[in-house]
Design a protein around this ligand. Sequence first.
Ligand SMILES: [Zn+2]
Length: 365
Amino acid sequence: MKRIFFIALLLFLLSGCTENPVITEETNLPAEVEDELEEAPNLPENKDKEDLDEQDPVAAIDMSLNPNELGEIMILMYHGVGEEESTWQRTPENFRKDLEYMYQNGYRMIRLSDYAKGEIYTEAGYTPIILTFDDGRQNNFNYIEVNGETVIDPDCAVGILEEFKNKYPDFNVTATFFLGTNPFGQEEYAAQKLNWLIENGYDIGNHTYSHNKMEYLTSEEIQFEIGSVNNMLGEYIPNYTVETLALPHGSNPKDEYLEWVLEGEYEGNKYNTIAVLDVGWRPAYSPFDILTNFNSLYRVTASEIDVDNCGMYDYFKQYEENKRERFISDGNPDVVTIPKRHEEYLNMEIVENKIVNIYEEKELK
Ligand SMILES: [Zn+2]
């Protein structure tokens, strides 16, 4: 009986499938399988599958969820959340609709900085999604007075995000706010807001001092544009490192000046940029994909107006119709699971010492 258990267990592990193997005492095994099993190491009697999974992270992955860690990830580009709907602004009602759609359709938020480092902690079977807000408008983070108390406006972006954080704790609500001068208006609350964001799991990125097009700037001007904002933010949030940049107007610097975007110094303070974001166009590739350029990351415009079939819902629809492939997490940040047909796109510089788990799909539809 013990032997039958081992056979079942071994076949289960060898098959890599997640359904229970149908093996009974009546099973006739081919002679060569019997021979192999004779040589199989003896497993401790009390080993059950869970114990083995702890030792072998690849065996622990639920392959029935079709993990695909070379699929696309959307970096959504929001601007305002306010009364009037436009390309650059969602109404509170529409922003709630977006979040509800994402949650109900298997999207879970991740931090931009984790994406840039290839650290994907998304639960197995779900698709990471990244929210960004440009320009630091007051309606991104607004304080209001209610009965003599200062509270977060429930209809500003942060207010709505907090609403969903409470409603769906496993949504992993977070976002990056790209700021220039005068973050979120209400100057008297600037320090309070910035510190509140950091303490509550949000991120701050750089959107430059003048919002000028980077393509026309010299190395000195680039360092002023990024460095001065960095220094200002550093005064409010001294223990936080700003390391992401959204390019104003999506304008990339001249090639020879890119190095000053990535690393520079202004008034004695250095900065480093690990992710540079373009304006909305299309979903980003997986961080493990050789096609990903962290110095010019694609974003998707979070709008339904004037987006030329490139808005967030156009892409959501394409994923629903299986016209594009979205990233599906294997649930283990230390394992990168990909279908074999994408193997040539795997960027080992980002994968580093993670375990690569390549599998053959049974059939393609
Ligand atoms: Zn902007």
